[in-house]
Design a protein around this ligand. Structure first.
Ligand code: ADP
Ligand code: MG
Length: 575
């Protein structure tokens, strides 16, 4: 691990804490207090040991502690010391509980904020950018990595608290035994440096865990989403083995990290013990140090080594989780860099009242060199119906995305009633657009939930009108009418029913522009006829664009355009 990466983790974590400054301060203070009550409890017992052993066992320390007692106006006797000890231990217990609860809340708060922020950044990003990124990676980041980042951030907090407690302890120890303490601290620092290789390994494992998590998410989404296909093709075993491989890779990774942490922790302890032993040996055999002084030294070591061990462990945990934090932060940074222009939601939406024109529009996807749209110029009179035909891959969906203000063309103009659509206007324009895609996604919930998601304040009459306009009255015959649960895992609807419901959902917004992307390509004739019937009823109320390579809608179209390899061609040129 390079120094940079280590501090990157710490500084990224501190940045996160700074969003909850008061809360972080409370957890931090409680953590230190918890550690200090630990030491204080033990130190209280020193004069007792002294008294019990009848000699000056820990001379210097004992004198100091007695001085503290006296400063507090107390006279240490057996019961007093024992009561103080019990009080400190009880206090320690209360502090630790308070710390645990506060830390859990802080951790949840930080991860929730990170999660919400990441999703908001994704939601605000340009559609084109989103198209180039894997959904499963984003789902993994939101669900798993943010959680893991939370552990890392938490480790960073504990790391800081341990350092503070360590310094406080060092300060006290220095006042009692400066030389011994300096030696112990120096040795501890050296040990930490010696262990940097192991921390490097922890970072590698953390990085590897990120890719395993990504694969696991991808496999899970794929397996669950395509169970039907897998069953039909008889490849469920194959899917299972692919999933099983990812699961086993994750397990291996976790075991290796656990082993690494264990080795590093125990090695640290053993090395600490060896050093103490060596010091005592040299002290007794060669320097003829008095026993009391050696005992104090052992006492200081006994407190410092566990603190350093915790320090090393927290550093390990933070390093291991660093790739998860980076994943979340990188996504946020990149998505924000690709953010759509900010728009003022108070400014009125853009309505199409006269005409929609495209002039010389070129569109090239950033990950491809070919133009998806070439010099497209078209004229859509308001409230007209246009059918855009063309073979698969000819650019129909791309053209629809440009018309809807989802994609920003690389060249050319989009004019709504003669006004150029650009910047934040693209987002305002979308509020006047409804879209029925080929693959309908119904939200989990009732039919009514699905409709009101489009227009939360829709009245019963508006809902009825939209369902009637889309020839979707079948919803009233469902078991609980429009309060029937549909969507993921609920009441199934046929392809045609889904499409009519999606059309009703779209119509509820009373759009200026309605775009239907190949909605009938998977439909039977009856459903096709019903949708046609609906569109005839809608004709003249809104601008309708129907994309498809089937000719069912030709008879209701005011205009038919042909797209081929991203270019509009005249009908005579079609093959
Ligand atoms: P259609 O809807 O007519 O089938 P599309 O508009 O989906 O055609 O695609 C037009 C061309 O743009 C195709 O060559 C397709 O491969 C390409 N394309 C579509 N979407 C993307 C994308 N997100 N990234 C890169 N190329 C794309
Ligand atoms: Mg398409």
């Amino acid at each position: 691990m390079t120094g940079l990466q280590k501090w990157e983790g710490l500084s990224a974590s501190i940045q996160l804490f700074s969003r909850q400054p008061v809360f972080s301060g409370v957890v931090f203070s409680l953590t230190i207090l918890g550690m200090l009550t630990d030491s204080l409890g033990l130190i209280t017992l020193v004069p007792l040991l002294d008294a019990l052993m009848g000699s000056s066992v820990s001379s210097a320390l004992s004198v100091k502690v007695l001085a503290w007692w006296q400063a507090l106006g107390l006279h240490p006797e057996l019961t007093g010391i024992l009561l103080a000890f019990i009080f400190l231990m009880a206090l320690r217990g209360v502090v630790r509980i308070a710390k645990d609860v506060a830390a859990t809340r802080l951790r949840a708060q930080l991860t929730d904020d990170l999660r919400n922020e990441a999703l908001a950044a994704l939601m605000d990003a340009e559609w084109q950018w989103l198209g180039n990124h894997k959904r499963s990676d984003q789902a993994n980041m939101l669900l798993t990595e943010v959680q893991r980042a939370g552990s890392g951030v938490f480790a960073a907090l504990s790391l800081l608290a341990t350092s503070a407690a360590f310094l406080a302890y060092l300060f006290v120890a220095v006042t009692i035994e400066p030389l011994t303490t300096a030696f112990a601290a120096g040795v501890g620092g050296l040990m930490l440096m010696l262990f940097s290789k192991l921390r490097h390994k922890a970072l590698d494992l953390g990085q590897e865990q990120l890719s395993v998590h990504r694969r696991l998410h991808e496999n899970a989404l794929e397996s669950i989403g395509e169970i039907k296909l897998a069953k039909i093709l008889g490849i469920t075993d194959l899917q299972l083995s692919i999933f099983g491989q990812s699961v086993s890779d994750l397990r291996q990774n976790q075991i290796r990290f656990s082993l690494l942490s264990g080795i590093s922790r125990e090695l640290f302890q053993v090395l600490g013990a060896i050093l103490v032993a060596a010091y005592v040996f040299v002290g007794v055999s060669y320097w003829q140090m008095p026993l009391p002084e050696l005992l104090v030294m052992v006492f200081i070591f006994a407190r410092l080594v566990p603190m350093l061990t915790s320090f090393q462990q927290f550093l390990h945990m933070m390093t291991n989780a660093l790739p998860a934090l980076q994943e979340a932060e990188n996504t946020i940074i990149q998505a924000r860099a690709a953010a759509e222009p900010k728009h003022d939601s108070n400014v009125a939406t853009i309505l199409l009242t006269k005409e929609l024109n495209l002039i010389g529009v070129n569109m090239c996807y950033s990950n491809s060199s070919a133009l998806a749209l070439k010099d497209v110029t078209m004229h859509l009179p308001a409230r007209s119906t246009t059918v855009i035909m063309g073979p698969s891959g000819s650019g129909k969906s791309t053209l629809a995305d440009v018309l809807m203000g989802l994609l920003q063309p690389n060249r050319g103009l989009i004019l709504i009633d003669g006004i150029r659509l650009d910047g934040p206007d693209r987002i305002r324009w979308r509020q006047s657009v409804s879209y029925v895609p080929q693959e309908i996604i119904l939200y989990a919930g009732t039919v009514r939930d699905n409709l009101s998601r489009m227009k939360p304040d829709a009245t019963e009459a508006e809902i009825e009108a939209a369902l009637a306009a889309a020839s979707a009255e079948f919803v009233y015959t469902l078991p609980q009418g429009i309060d029937t649960q549909i969507g993921d895992g609920a009441h199934g609807l046929s392809g045609g029913e889904k499409q009519r419901l999606a059309l009703a959902r779209g119509l509820l917004r009373r759009p200026s522009l309605l775009v239907l992307d190949e909605i009938t390509s998977a439909l039977d004739e009856e459903n096709e006829a019903r949708i046609c019937e609906s569109l005839v009823k809608l004709a003249g109320q809104m601008t309708i664009v129907i994309l498809g390579h089937r000719s069912a809608f030709l008879k209701i179209a005011d205009q038919v355009l042909h797209l081929q390899n991203g270019e509009l061609i005249t009908e005579a040129q079609t093959v």
